[in-house]
Write a protein that binds this ligand. Structure first.
Ligand SMILES: *Cc1c(COP(=O)(O)O)cnc(C)c1O
Length: 401
C-alpha cells in the first residue's frame, strides 16, 4: 500500500461492480436497457471511474445523475452515452445541457417553455441541438412529476408539441418497491401503465423509453422492467432493504475502508477516554487510536461502544466519542496489535467479501449501528477519504481510471 494512503482509504473493486451489473442484466429479459444511476458521485463509490468502465457495455444505455453538475462532470471525463438528470434542473444549466446533450426530466410548463426558448436562441446562432426529455409521472411518491390525471395528460401533450423538445422517455419512481408486500408498488405500476397507454393512444405518439424500476423492483418485480431499468444501489453491492429477495440475483459488496493504528497505549483503571469522558476504563486497558473521524464521514453516532473495527481478525470496540479526526478502540484482547497495523473499518479480513467464514463488517451493519441508511453511509464518506480502484487484483493508476 502506498504510504500516502496510510491514514485512511476506501478500496473500490471495479470487477465486483461490473459483475453486479452483469448479474442484474442476465436476470432480465434480453433487450432491457440499463440506466446506471451514478448520483452523489456514484453513491460515494466514484461516478467517473464507474461510468467510464460501464459505458463500454452495450446493455448500459446511459447514466442518471441527480444534478446538472454531476452530468457535466461525466461529460468532462469523456462519458459520451446519454445522461439523464433525474431531478428538477434550474434554468441556469439549460444552455450547457443543450450543448452537451444532457437530458432533463420535465414536469413543469415553465420548464418546457424555457427549454424551447434556449433551443431557438441556439438555432439563431447556428446550433441544431434539441432537448431529449423524459417526462416524470408521480404515481405515489408525491415528489416530482405530473399527476397521472387529465392535467398530466395535458402536460404530456404540451411537451410533445413543444418546439425543440423531443419526448424520449417517460418514467415514474416507486415509493415502496423495497417492501415484502408489493401491493403498493403494483398499484403504482398499474397507474403508470394506464397513463402511458392513455397518452400514447390519445396522441398517437410512441414514447421510446418507458421506465420505472429501481434496484428493488429489478430484483422483485420483473413485470416492471419495461424498456429500461434504473439500477442504483445494487450495482454497488448494497441491498435496497432487508425485505427484498436476496437469493434471486447475486451481488457482492464493492467497498472496503481501511486505516492504520496511529498510537497504542496502556491506561490504568479509572482513565476517561475521549471528549466528555463518557467512557472510563473499568480495568487496566490497552487502547489504540485510529486517525479517522466524522470529518471523514465516519459517523459520530458509532460512539459509546456502538461501533467496532477489525484488527487482525478480532473485533475492537469504539471507546467513548468519535472525534472529528480520530477515535479510540479497545485492543486489550488483541495483544499483537501494534502501531502501524492496518485496520478494517468496512470489509473483510481474509479472502475478501464472499468467504463467509472470515470476520467482516458490512455497510449495512455499520448503517444499523449508527442509525444511518446504507445508501446514506457511503454517500457520506467524503472527499477526505481517498478512493483506490482495484481491477483484476491490481490498484489502478489515475491515468487508467
Ligand atoms: C436514486 C434513484 C434511483 C436508483 O434507486 P436504487 O434504489 O439505488 O436502485 C432510481 N430512480 C430514481 C428516480 C432515483 O432517484
Amino acid at each position: 500500500m502506498l504510504e500516502e494512503y496510510s491514514r485512511v482509504y476506501a478500496k473500490i473493486n471495479l470487477d465486483v461492480i461490473h459483475q453486479n451489473v452483469e448479474n442484474m442484466y442476465n436476470a432480465m429479459p434480453r433487450g432491457t436497457n440499463i440506466l446506471a444511476v451514478v448520483k452523489t458521485d456514484g453513491y460515494g463509490y466514484g461516478a467517473v471511474p464507474i461510468s467510464r468502465m460501464l459505458m463500454k457495455e452495450p446493455y448500459v444505455w446511459g447514466f442518471a445523475t441527480a444534478t446538472a453538475e454531476e452530468a457535466f462532470e461525466l461529460r468532462e471525463a469523456g462519458v459520451s452515452k446519454p445522461i439523464l438528470v433525474l431531478g428538477y434542473t434550474f434554468p441556469y444549466a439549460y444552455d450547457r445541457m443543450l450543448k452537451e446533450n444532457i437530458r432533463p426530466t420535465v414536469f413543469r410548463y415553465d420548464m418546457l417553455k424555457q427549454l424551447s426558448e434556449r433551443v431557438k436562441k441556439r438555432r439563431a446562432l447556428g446550433g441544431n441541438e434539441v432537448f431529449h426529455v423524459h417526462v416524470a409521472v408521480d404515481c405515489g411518491m408525491s415528489r416530482i412529476g405530473v399527476r397521472p390525471d387529465s392535467d398530466g395528460e395535458h402536460f404530456f401533450k404540451t411537451a410533445i408539441e413543444t418546439e425543440g423538445v423531443e419526448v424520449e422517455g417517460i418514467f415514474t419512481h416507486f415509493a415502496r418497491a423495497d417492501e415484502a408486500d408489493l401491493s403498493n408498488a403494483h398499484e403504482s405500476l398499474k397507474t403508470f401503465t394506464q397513463f402511458i397507454n392513455k397518452v400514447e393512444q390519445d396522441t398517437g405518439y410512441h414514447i421510446p423509453f418507458k421506465h420505472c424500476s429501481n434496484s428493488a423492483s429489478i430484483i422483485d418485480m420483473p413485470e416492471a422492467h419495461m424498456d429500461m431499468v434504473r439500477c442504483g444501489v445494487t450495482m454497488y453491492g448494497m441491498w435496497p432493504s432487508e425485505e427484498v429477495s436476496k437469493n434471486k440475483i447475486e451481488i457482492k459488496p464493492a467497498l472496503s475502508l481501511y486505516s492504520h493504528i496511529s498510537y497504542i497505549k496502556d491506561i490504568p483503571e479509572g482513565t476517561p477516554v475521549s471528549y466528555g469522558g463518557t467512557f472510563v476504563a473499568d480495568r487496566r486497558m490497552r487502547i489504540a487510536t485510529i486517525p479517522v473521524g466524522y470529518g471523514d464521514g465516519y459517523p459520530r453516532s458509532l460512539s459509546g461502544g456502538r461501533g467496532f473495527i477489525l484488527i487482525h481478525g478480532e473485533k475492537a470496540k469504539i471507546l467513548g466519542r468519535v472525534c472529528m479526526d480520530q477515535f479510540m478502540v479497545d485492543v486489550t484482547h488483541i495483544p499483537n496489535a501494534k502501531e502501524g497495523d492496518r485496520v478494517i473499518l468496512i470489509g473483510q479480513d481474509q479472502g475478501g467479501f464472499g468467504d463467509d467464514s472470515a470476520p467482516k463488517i458490512t455497510v449495512e451493519e455499520l448503517g444499523d449501528l449508527s442509525g444511518r441508511f446504507n445508501y446514506e453511509f457511503t454517500c457520506n464518506l467524503n472527499h477526505r477519504v481517498p478512493r483506490l480502484y482495484e481491477r483484476e487484483g491490481r490498484i489502478l493508476k489515475n491515468s487508467e481510471l
